[in-house]
Design a protein around this ligand. Structure first.
Ligand SMILES: [Zn+2]
Length: 434
């Protein structure tokens, strides 16, 4: 026997419930529902219960046709008729709407998805559903945690990226808090974040992974931080350590900034300010030479002409550009030769900042050249990820709670959501028209 379902109940789409009535007010829908169960038996003695009362309970549900929905579940209160039974009355329960809940479970799943996959802020989603911030966050924690804890989430990683700088959780009220992030460089997915930036936290995280997982890592891309390098050497000894191209490039431009500031101070006796020749070209100096327009070139050369009499800033700028171009080398040998020439250029420059940069780069020579052995372990995904992470930080308005921060990041950048895609409407056979 097939149970007949009314059109209204089909629209409701909530298993075990039927739709009784719909009313509209101020653009919102209120839908009265009840369960399909017509009888119940006492949990204490098993005797068939008698209907004692009806009591409405209000919960938020998924929006319908773009309108916010409140369900009014007219709950049955049952009564045990057996006088010797200690059980007196009880109300109906349903897994779809938990006791004392302010949202249906399917709405809770949806708010978790909006915060996680769509990256909306908890406050924004709470406002959309007309519930409290804590209600939404509780749903994100409950439905998001299993996705993040799923061991399959980390499966199949071959190239591990480690980065600290991108995860700065600074806000106006406290110091910058550093976080170490682990990234699957190939699949461009965030694996995890841990508090702190040290070899120890990285080591602890890697050691917590199963041995087969660790054996699968062939390449470890890292930023130039000794703590990470040591941690990777001890915990993933078989993996090739590669210095991240992005960070190498950044070291070069950081040196340009340092030289510019020093020369500025020496020549003018104060920190750079508006109107100073070098200060006004500080941004142009940080750009790759191929991105400079004719106007930018003119500004750059004029600024250097006036503000960089000894040519120290120019020397640093050339060194930074050449360091970038190292990555255009044909192969490792070619890169080795270019690096050698570059180190000589720095040594001969007479610019202390370039001496220091050359010493740093020289200290990372094997990791830098390993880039050419690994088919160019790229930092691209890590950078794309950083943009997402910044977005999450913006929507979160500064996270005070690290667990929430980690959960939000991983839900947005580290989880496959497998959201059901609707069937395409065109080309589908009409079902209602016979
Ligand atoms: Zn009973």
């Amino acid at each position: 026997m097939q149970e007949e379902v009314s059109a209204a109940t089909a629209m409701l789409g909530l298993d075990g419930f039927v739709l009784l009535a719909v009313s509209q007010q101020n653009g919102e829908l209120e839908q009265a529902i009840e369960t399909t169960s017509r009888e119940d038996f006492c949990g204490g003695c098993g005797v068939q219960a008698r209907l004692h009362d009806r009591r409405p309970t209000w919960v938020r549900d998924l929006p319908a046709a773009g309108r916010p929905v409140t369900l009014v579940w007219v709950k049955r209160i049952w009564r045990c008729v057996e006088p010797r039974c200690p059980v007196v009355t009880w109300s109906e329960a349903s897994p779809a709407i938990r006791p004392r809940a302010s949202m249906t479970e399917r709405a809770r799943v949806e708010v978790c998805r909006r915060v996680g996959q769509d990256g909306h802020s908890v406050a924004q989603v709470a406002a959309k559903f007309g519930v409290a911030w804590g209600t939404v966050m509780a749903a994100v924690v409950e439905y998001g945690t299993p996705l993040v804890d799923d061991p399959d989430r980390l499966a199949g990683v071959q190239a591990l990226g480690v980065d600290e700088t991108a995860f700065l959780a600074a806000n106006a009220k406290h110091h910058t808090q550093f976080v170490t992030g682990m990234v699957d460089v190939t699949a461009s997915r965030l694996l995890d974040v841990v508090q702190g930036r040290s070899g120890t936290v990285l080591c602890q995280w890697i050691s917590a992974q199963p041995q087969p997982w660790r054996d699968g890592i062939r390449v470890a891309a890292l930023d130039p931080f000794r703590g990470y390098a040591t941690a990777l050497r001890t915990s993933l000894p078989h993996a090739t350590r590669v210095l991240d191209a992005f960070h190498v490039t950044r070291l070069g431009f950081a040196a340009v900034d340092d030289v510019r500031r020093r020369v500025q101070r020496q020549d003018l006796g104060h920190r750079g300010r508006k109107g100073d020749p070098l200060y006004s070209i500080r941004r142009v100096l940080r750009r790759g030479h191929e991105h400079l327009t004719d106007t930018a070139w003119d500004r750059l050369l004029t600024g250097l002409d006036v503000g960089d009499v000894d040519g120290q800033v120019a020397a640093a700028w050339i060194a930074a550009q050449d360091l970038r171009l190292l990555y255009r080398a044909r192969d490792r040998d070619d890169a080795g030769r270019r690096l050698h020439r570059w180190l000589e250029h720095c040594a001969d420059s007479g610019v202390p900042e370039l001496h220091r940069l050359a010493r740093t780069i020289d200290g990372w020579r094997p990791e830098l050249l390993a880039y050419f052995d690994t088919g160019g372990a790229s930092n691209g995904p890590t950078e794309a990820m950083n943009l997402l992470i910044k977005k999450i930080k913006r929507t979160g308005h500064g996270f005070r709670n690290f667990d929430n921060y980690r959960l939000r990041l991983l839900l947005h950048c580290g989880v496959d959501w497998h959201t059901q895609q609707p069937t395409r409407i065109r080309g589908r056979l009409p079902r209602l028209i016979a």
